[in-house]
Design a protein around this ligand. Structure first.
Ligand SMILES: Cc1cc2nc3c(=O)[nH]c(=O)nc-3n(C[C@H](O)[C@H](O)[C@H](O)COP(=O)(O)OP(=O)(O)OC[C@H]3O[C@@H](n4cnc5c(N)ncnc54)[C@H](O)[C@@H]3O)c2cc1C
Length: 85
């Protein structure tokens, strides 16, 4: 990181100096809200056919957990459709 910043300072004048602060933090990666869903059918309790899914719905916090939740929801949607046909 030290070497990278020195290189960056040579390429971008004014970004590196003794009076420069480097602040980098990630405070959260997932949704602050969670849309309710039945733990087994994954259907919203008041809206049949709605499957809250992934990060925006509050069920994932990254690429892998979003992918796994997406797969679970796809399977739940498939079962829900099959039960009605
Ligand atoms: C800058 C950045 C860096 C990240 N780095 C990492 C990392 O290094 N590792 C990690 O694990 N996670 C990382 N994440 C988090 C990761 O990207 C998300 O957790 C993940 O993509 C969430 O997947 P998702 O399927 O729930 O939502 P998304 O990937 O956001 O998918 C939602 C999709 O819905 C679509 N959509 C929205 N509204 C509608 C609509 N009305 N109709 C149709 N489609 C719609 C959007 O276009 C989008 O394609 C990062 C996120 C950001 C922003």
């Amino acid at each position: 990181m030290r070497k990278g910043l020195q290189l960056f300072g040579q390429q971008m004048k004014g970004y590196l100096g003794s009076d420069v602060n480097l602040i980098g933090f990630e405070t959260r990666t997932s949704s602050p809200v969670r849309i309710p869903r039945d733990p087994h059918s994954l259907v919203h309790p008041e809206t049949p056919g709605l499957f809250p899914c992934g990060e925006g719905a509050g069920y994932a916090g990254g690429i892998v957990s979003a992918a796994l939740d997406g797969r679970r929801c796809a399977e739940a949607v498939s079962s829900w459709i099959r039960a009605r046909s």
